[in-house]
Unconditional design. Structure first.
Length: 211
């Protein structure tokens, strides 16, 4: 997948880095991102809890990994952490990082557009099974199989989970990230964190892209 940074005006970085670690609401210290910490009932946190619970039941029914899942919230700005590693059993978020969205074959896509069409260059919403790894154009990558009608062509579209150097380890908001041709692309360091989970899981891990 090609990655495009687009033509951007220079902007002043005003925000602090989003904290990476969350802890379960059932006890212990809770170190939440700044945007969520002030409001336990924030829409983002409510959505994460709801979808985490839904993913746990889906994974159990389909015999996928019921311990850990990946939740990607495309409603958040691309310069904010929106790739969440969820502990499905403890109702908690373990870590979070940046992730790209597709540019839909434009030099730079304003806002969001989604498509399941081959050649669209867009992100596809839905649940994905993370399959085998391979060495691709950008190094380590994981093949993705779309599990919903909205992303059923993911494998045909060569939509994969991979890393690229244009994605940093820390938040860039209000500066946006580079954009992809539809692949969920993360930083090299964050991919190594995901690798540790994916490669040691006895069952496939589910990645869910939603808005």
């Amino acid at each position: 997948m090609k990655i495009f940074a687009g033509s951007l005006l220079v902007m002043i970085l005003l925000t602090a880095t989003l904290g990476g670690w969350y802890y379960s609401r059932f006890g212990g210290e809770r170190k939440m991102p700044v945007a969520i910490e002030k409001d336990e009932d924030s829409p983002t946190l409510k959505k994460l809890r709801l979808l985490s619970d839904s993913l746990k039941h889906y994974a159990a029914a389909k015999k996928y990994n019921t311990q850990t899942g990946f939740l990607l919230d495309m409603s958040l700005e691309s310069g904010k952490n929106r790739f969440f590693i969820a502990d499905l059993q403890k109702d908690s978020i373990l870590d979070a990082g940046l992730v790209t969205h597709g540019r839909c074959n434009q030099n730079w896509l304003s806002g969001r557009k989604y498509s399941n069409t081959v050649g669209s260059g867009c992100t596809s919403l839905g649940r994905y099974k993370i399959a085998q790894s391979y060495q691709g154009k950008f190094g380590l990558a994981y093949k993705l199989h779309g599990l919903d009608s909205t992303n059923s062509n993911a494998f045909k579209r060569f939509v994969v989970l991979h890393a690229h150097e244009c994605v940093p380890d820390k938040e860039t908001f209000p500066l946006p990230l580079c954009q992809s041709d539809g692949c969920p692309t993360v930083s090299p360091a964050f991919l190594q964190k995901l690798k540790a989970i994916i490669d040691t899981s006895p069952q496939p891990v589910i990645l869910w892209i939603y808005e």
